[in-house]
Ligand binder design. Structure first.
Ligand code: ADP
Length: 381
């Protein structure tokens, strides 16, 4: 107990000095804070079962401010206490313009900690689905759907009953990557019957929309449609549902993530800075919504010339490692940039079907890690 108290005191002073440093940074949102106001930002420090939880007042801060503050705090705390995992929670203490206030104010106990975005949404399980995992990327085009599809197939090969929900409403790639076409049938209870491809039950906006015309819907309609693709589907006993989220951290993603009991998230990024900046945002979104993150997948990690074997880091080198160190999450897999991965997906026969290929092994190892993380996480709850 004495150690815990001493640590808590140390942590408090480190967080204060970190906040004072962050205040100097442009874009922190803290630039005009008086020392007292800054001091009052630290709401609580709680020793959780698996981590230290630092609760910070978020009144008046934008998402970008919170990301910057979170990054700085994690990096400074990580330097001083390399062994200890930390999670930063943001919470409003004052009523907002709509009169919503996040209660309780400090001190907050971990069990009563409200959703840091101020909306307490009741989680709604999907009937007949045991575990939900989400695959996210801040940015589009980094291979999120390629990873989701190959991961789903590889989980199926491990013996799990797997579903894949292609929630990427604006650019659904499920039909192409799995080589299957809609429409989906409706059963006698009015539920959508998922299509089955490569032993995976799949629903996709691509089965509902015409390939040559974009979906032109506003956010609330998209959220409603995604809800239907989760709840109005005859999944019929799934061990794992993989949700391929739309890229970004907008409204649609938030409302989906908030409403589902998610076992964990996988973040996909290339090693390139522009992709990693958005991966940071995706990770912060999950942290703020209290969704566990299993780790990141570095896609298009390295290109090996098929003729001479020379390796080229087309999207940069070491980006995944930096991200993993800064944010204290593991790299679950490094997938090479490889024409066969692209061609296999384009022809509806994802590479993970070709068991012996090294590229397929990378996905099957990823699937093993995810399956293990799910069982560890379930055992803890
Ligand atoms: P996202 O879902 O992030 O928008 P996709 O999975 O649709 O990205 O991938 C974008 C494009 O990149 C696709 O044509 C896909 O086949 C290709 N691709 C993805 N990962 C790889 C890889 N590791 N090697 C080669 N091509 C890839």
């Amino acid at each position: 107990m004495e150690t815990a108290n001493r640590n808590e005191k140390d942590l408090k002073s480190i967080v204060f000095s970190a906040l004072s440093e962050i205040k100097q940074k442009l874009g922190s949102g803290l630039e005009r804070e008086s020392p007292d106001k800054l001091r009052s930002r630290l709401l609580d420090i709680v020793r959780g079962e698996h981590n230290w939880q630092i609760h910070v007042g978020s009144d008046g801060l934008e998402l970008d401010n919170k990301i910057l503050i979170e990054r700085q705090l994690l990096s400074q705390l990580g330097e001083k206490f390399p062994q200890d995992p930390f999670t930063i929670y943001f919470r409003r203490t004052q009523a907002d313009a709509k009169g919503n206030k996040q209660a309780p104010t400090s001190p907050v106990s971990i069990n009563t900690s409200p959703n840091p975005f101020g909306i307490n949404v009741r989680k709604r399980p999907i009937p007949e689905v045991k575990n939900i995992i989400v695959v996210a990327s801040g940015k589009g085009g980094v291979g999120k759907s390629t990873v989701s599809t190959n991961l789903a197939i590889s989980l199926g090969k491990l013996g799990h009953k797997v579903g894949l929900m292609d929630a990427d409403v604006y650019g659904p790639s499920g039909p192409t990557m799995l080589g299957t076409k809609g429409p989906m049938e409706i059963d006698e209870d009015g539920k959508l019957i998922p299509l089955i491809a490569h032993n995976v039950k799949v629903v996709s906006f691509g089965f509902l929309s015409d390939a040559y015309h974009p979906v032109i819907w506003r956010g609330p309609l998209v959220s409603k449609a995604i809800e239907q693709l989760c709840f109005d589907v005859a999944w019929k006993e799934l061990d794992i549902l993989v949700i391929d989220l739309p890229p970004g951290t907008g409204d649609v993603q938030l409302s989906l993530i908030e409403s589902l009991p998610i076992e964990g998230a996988v973040i996909v990024s290339t090693p390139q800075d522009v992709a990693l900046i958005d991966a940071h945002k995706a990770l912060s979104m999950f942290n703020n919504l209290n969704v566990p993150v299993f780790g990141m997948v570095e896609n298009m990690s390295v290109f090996a010339c098929p003729n001479c074997g020379h390796e080229e880091h087309i999207f940069g080198e070491g980006g995944g490692e930096d991200f993993s160190k800064q944010r204290n999450i593991p790299i679950l897999a490094k997938i090479p940039l490889d024409a066969s991965i692209r061609m296999a997906c384009d022809t509806g026969q994802p590479i993970s079907l070709q068991k012996r290929r090294p590229q397929a092994k990378a996905f099957s190892m990823l699937a093993e890690k995810i399956a293990l993380s799910i069982s560890n996480h379930s055992a803890e709850h």
